[in-house]
Design a protein around this ligand. Structure first.
Ligand SMILES: O=P(O)(O)O[C@@H]1[C@@H](OP(=O)(O)O)[C@H](OP(=O)(O)O)[C@H](O)[C@H](OP(=O)(O)O)[C@H]1OP(=O)(O)O
Ligand SMILES: Nc1ncnc2c1ncn2[C@@H]1O[C@H](COP(=O)(O)OP(=O)(O)OP(=O)(O)O)[C@@H](O)[C@H]1O
Length: 522
């Protein structure tokens, strides 16, 4: 379909979203992104725009709207402020930590109300049931306009060349070392691996993934390959692949069909083996997947973008163990009697390194943080008007950023200390839930290398860009939810998996004891 200026196309595939638990005091607003064609101007000026639904896309921008629970209405001014806070948080905090090139903050735009109302009507029937307790804000006209991060961000103009985009939601890449942790298990098994069991038990996903974030963040190529292959086997909401803006791989929910590598390889072959007649079949599929995994690993390890995450480097005593005991990679090494692999370490300029540093702003773990949150809460109950001064809901300015750099963990009993840790925790949680978008576009064989970064594969070369998605600061009000969820995850794991493992271990131990006894007798 041709794209006229102002024509709006929605992508059905992106009209999705997770459920949001609304606690009694937590009237959560959510934002949802709608990919739309916004060309040539970023804001449609005509009031008579005709939004139309369409599959596949070449969308140039994303509009991010506020969605409300039915009972909760904000004024236009408040909505504008919320959206502006998201932009400011990106600019003043995340850009500082992660670096200029990786973070795209977008801008608040005002759209004609007619346009928004039509958009709302168009998407209504596409929205998942779990999200239907909320309505799109059609009253303010404000939205956040972001670039299409599935495209190369290193090039100013929309490219016509084929483009591949791999979206990874890596989740938390470290194990807490905080002394406030009450279950010793949390020092050995990462949250993602524990959470998998609860997610399968509650039906969110069908089966346990072999992916462990610590493998991806290890910087060790072998472990990274294993992590990426595991994501390709069981994508859940941690991996999506787009070709020319169209989702070709990745599932929406537990009902999605199983991963089909041969279909994926069919899509990817022209990118990785452009001019050769590599026969199809399992050999070809393996070769293509191997190329993809290698290219993604190279891209993830690349980067010289500065950023100030170095300012966050915590002392060696605060680093958790380099491997998660539940990772099948380290398990299999242990079974073979090999030592656990060394953490090769990520290069400091790469996005994974910087993201991990920001995640590690969670110094105390939710168990150490929760009492500090309660301290701030008690203070706010007594002095509610102070919420503004404490910058709980913004502004996320330079002063807010500066306070995040204080990594001391010595509690002097003040509200100021508690507040700093609470804000650091919110930022860390944001970094634990963001996604990385890797856009790859084949370079022409004879193209002179310009300033743009290029990654080679065995038969081709790609211009690429890396960006971070979903950098909205996690709400202060979600902390009690985090606290409860943490204990639910750990208890479920302890009750089921760990107990089972312990039984297996003790049986094995008995067997080996028996065996030893027999040997002694002989
Ligand atoms: O708590 P988690 O680790 O399950 O993370 C939630 C995500 O689930 P996941 O584990 O990635 O499947 C969850 O992902 P889905 O929407 O389920 O795909 C959300 O990203 C949620 O963030 P928010 O509450 O919508 O701002 C995430 O909640 P936050 O904890 O980041 O607030
Ligand atoms: N600027 C963008 N460019 C390209 N794709 C985007 C952009 N923003 C969002 N998307 C796509 O839309 C999907 C959903 O976006 P996002 O996670 O922000 O929405 P959400 O509905 O709030 O979901 P969640 O509950 O997981 O946060 C992303 O996983 C990504 O594939």
């Amino acid at each position: 379909m041709a794209q006229d200026a102002g024509e709006v196309r929605l992508l059905k595939r992106l009209l999705r979203g997770g459920s949001v638990s609304v606690e009694s005091r937590w009237k959560r607003e959510t934002f949802q992104r709608l990919p739309v064609v916004l060309s040539p101007a970023p804001v449609p000026h005509s009031g008579s725009v005709e939004p139309s639904l369409g599959e596949g896309s070449d969308f140039s921008g994303c509009l991010c709207f506020q969605f409300f629970p039915f009972t909760f209405i904000e004024t236009s001014e408040e909505i504008f402020q919320h959206l502006q806070n998201i932009v400011d948080f990106g600019k003043n905090v995340m850009k500082e930590f992660l670096g200029e090139n990786y973070v795209h903050c977008g801008e608040v735009v005002q759209l004609p109300l007619d346009f928004v109302k039509q958009l709302c009507l168009k998407i209504q029937c596409e929205r998942p049931e779990s999200r239907c307790d909320k309505d799109l804000d059609t009253l303010s006209g404000y939205a956040l306009c972001l670039p299409n991060l599935a495209r190369l961000q290193t090039y100013q103009f929309a490219e016509r060349r084929p483009i591949l985009c791999v979206e990874i939601k890596p989740k938390c890449g470290f194990i807490p070392s905080s002394s406030d942790v009450t279950h010793e298990l949390k020092h050995r098994v990462c949250r993602y691996c524990m959470h998998q069991h609860l997610k399968v038990a509650t039906g969110k996903w069908k089966q346990i993934s072999k992916y462990c974030p610590l493998d991806l963040y290890s910087g060790n190529k072998q472990r990274m390959y294993f992590a990426l292959k595991s994501l390709l086997q069981e994508a859940q909401n941690n991996l999506k692949i787009f070709k020319n803006g169209e989702l070709i791989y990745g599932c929406k929910d537990a009902r999605s069909p199983m991963a089909d590598w041969s279909e994926l390889a069919h899509h990817l072959k022209p990118f990785f083996f452009p001019s050769n007649g590599l026969a199809s079949g399992p050999h070809c599929t393996r070769a293509v997947i191997r190329e993809l995994v290698r290219v993604i690993t190279r891209v993830l390890l690349s980067g010289s973008d500065k950023g100030r995450a170095g300012a966050l480097r915590s002392g060696p005593g605060l680093r958790g163990p380099p491997v998660c005991e539940a990772s099948p990679f380290s398990r299999s090494l242990r079974c073979q009697g090999k030592n656990t692999p060394e953490r090769s370490g990520l290069p400091k300029g790469c996005l994974l390194y910087k993201t991990l540093q920001v995640q590690m702003l969670d110094l105390l773990d939710i168990e150490g943080l929760y009492p500090l949150y309660r301290r701030v809460e008690r203070y706010l109950e007594e002095f509610p008007e102070e919420r503004k001064t404490l910058q709980i809901d913004g502004p996320y300015d330079e002063a807010f950023y500066q306070r995040l750099l204080d990594l001391s963990t010595e509690d002097d009993g003040t509200v100021a200390f508690a507040l700093t840790k609470v804000q650091q925790y919110r930022v860390a949680m944001t970094a634990k839930d963001c996604s990385i978008m890797i856009a790859l576009s084949p370079c022409l064989q004879d193209a002179s290398s310009d300033q743009r970064p290029v990654v080679p594969s065995s038969r081709s070369r790609f211009a690429f860009s890396v960006s971070v998605l979903d950098l909205d600061l996690k709400p202060y009000e979600s902390i009690p939810h985090q606290y409860k969820l943490d204990s639910k995850i750990v208890n479920y794991y302890l009750k089921t998996v760990h107990a089972k493992d312990a039984t297996v271990m003790s049986t094995r131990f008995k067997e080996s004891e028996d065996c030893t006894l027999v040997l002694h007798k002989v």
